[in-house]
Design a binder for this molecule. Structure first.
Ligand SMILES: [Zn+2]
Length: 457
């Protein structure tokens, strides 16, 4: 049987399998269960492994860090990387987040698009190839990742344990046509300390929720004599800064605009605004020096210009920088930053310069993570094959694109992100009422099957 026909006839089963998967709340949890990523994630892995086994595939569980099923013969292996963990449902749902409700041609629920839908579609794609009588020369391994949303410790474990590297791989956890470039991704935290002799004392400062989100709000409490509080209240009014009296002094709130850390130009950084406001106040000298550094070298910038690390390339655009959080009080504060450098650049082009400036300003680095940029030229074999598959399946133009985000592709050699979102489709990952259209689910299964075969034939 033709694999496309098999997928179409199996659509009701595919939908039911996805619904079952969505009904398991596989959010990362330190729940004392003894499973590396918590009970929910583990249950979801077991669910997928037994589904794969029922379909007749060999399955493997790598110490509960991830699992896979595999089909075919040959020394070499082609990998498809999906993930079963999901971000928490959050607020604002009209639909039940863990029911898998099918309504008006859509399947609703956390993970339907990111990434359970594409992963279940990939399992059916593999089965469709098997049923079609195809005889690929390489093995096809469908990997069920479990920690994509929380640092990809699963893929690190896979590498650590010396598991096989694919000759070609893709992860249906990005966009079509294909993502051939991902910016380098750096997260870092810096802490400073200070003494505050004098009349004006910062007792509390807090802003932002995560390193990779543009902070919409930041707040500071200052302790000071009534006369000084009065002077601060008299400062010129702006829409972004709210000042109010407290029992012991004054509270200042900065209002920015939230955005994803990968597109900081769409937001306004509230911590930057707050630092600029604080810069104008008669703070104690040690604190003033730290605040001046934050206000002058970053402030509300998102391109690293005043840090001297602004850079860009043709393929992926400019370096972006986000000052994500600040938290502290009387003796010190800590900031978390997230920056993404262009795909043809390296950490050496920006990281050391940034770190040196924080060090010179008296900050100590307390946290650091780095994922290198990824770039495969359009003429490379993997990109050629995947763009051809996409074009043949959809009839659409297939120009590879570069993104600021990070996928599993960064964690596995010879791998790029391919699908599942089509150009122009609404972005719904990590949002309330996440969904996948039934037609898109089926289309994904067909494209994934075609890509598996093209890479493994
Ligand atoms: Zn994902």
């Amino acid at each position: 049987m033709n694999y496309k026909q098999w997928i179409e006839e199996s659509a009701p089963d595919l939908i039911e399998s996805l619904r079952g998967c969505v009904q398991i709340r596989s959010v990362y949890e330190e729940d004392g269960s003894g499973f590396p990523f918590g009970r929910g994630v583990q249950d979801c892995l077991n669910y997928m492994l037994s589904l794969a086994a029922e379909m007749g595939f060999a399955t493997y569980n790598l110490d509960n860090h991830l699992g896979w099923c595999e089909w075919g013969e040959g020394e070499e292996m082609v990998a498809v990387l999906g993930h079963l963990d999901v971000v928490p449902e959050g607020d604002g749902w009209q639909m039940p987040p863990y029911e898998g409700r099918v309504q008006d041609g859509k399947i609703y629920g956390r993970g339907t698009m990111d990434d359970k839908g594409p992963t279940v579609a990939a399992l059916y794609a593999l089965k469709a190839l098997k049923e079609s009588g195809a005889k690929p020369t390489k093995r096809i391994r469908l990997i069920f990742g479990l920690n994509e949303e929380n640092g990809s410790a699963d893929m690190k474990y896979y590498a650590q344990k010396g598991q096989q590297t694919p000759v070609f791989g893709f992860t249906p956890d990005g966009e079509y046509p294909v993502i051939n470039g991902e910016k380098g991704l750096v997260n870092a935290a810096f802490r400073c300390r200070y003494a505050q002799p004098g009349d004006l004392v910062l007792t509390y400062i807090k802003g932002g929720t995560a390193h990779n989100i543009v902070p919409a709000e930041a707040i500071v409490w200052l302790q000071c004599p009534p006369k000084l509080a009065e002077q601060i209240l008299q400062r010129p009014q702006t829409a972004e800064i709210c000042r109010s009296r407290t029992a012991t002094g004054i509270e200042i709130k900065a209002l920015g605009k939230g955005a994803h850390g990968g597109t900081p130009q769409e937001g306004i950084n509230a911590i930057g605004l707050l630092m600029q406001e604080l810069q104008a106040l008669p703070l104690a000298p040690e604190l003033a020096a730290k605040v001046n550094f934050m206000a002058a070298r970053i402030g509300t910038e998102y391109d690293g210009a005043s840090l001297g690390i602004a850079q860009k390339d043709e393929i992926s655009g400019p370096l972006t920088l986000n000052l994500g959080t600040v938290e502290g009080g009387e003796n010190g504060f800590e900031v978390k930053v997230n920056y993404r450098y262009p795909v043809t650049k390296s950490f050496e082009d920006c990281g050391p310069a940034l770190e040196q400036q924080f060090a010179e300003a008296g900050f100590e680095k307390t946290w650091f993570s780095h994922k290198k940029s990824l770039y495969l030229p359009p003429e490379s074999e993997l990109i050629q094959k995947l763009t051809r598959v996409y074009h043949e399946c959809t009839g659409l133009e297939a120009t590879p694109k570069a993104i600021g985000g990070g996928t599993y592709a960064k964690m596995m050699p010879n791998t790029v992100a391919f699908g599942p979102i089509f150009p122009g489709d609404e972005v719904r990952e990590h949002k309330p009422d996440e969904f996948i259209e039934v037609t898109r689910l089926i289309e994904n299964a067909k494209i994934i099957a075609a890509a598996m075969y093209e890479l493994a034939k």
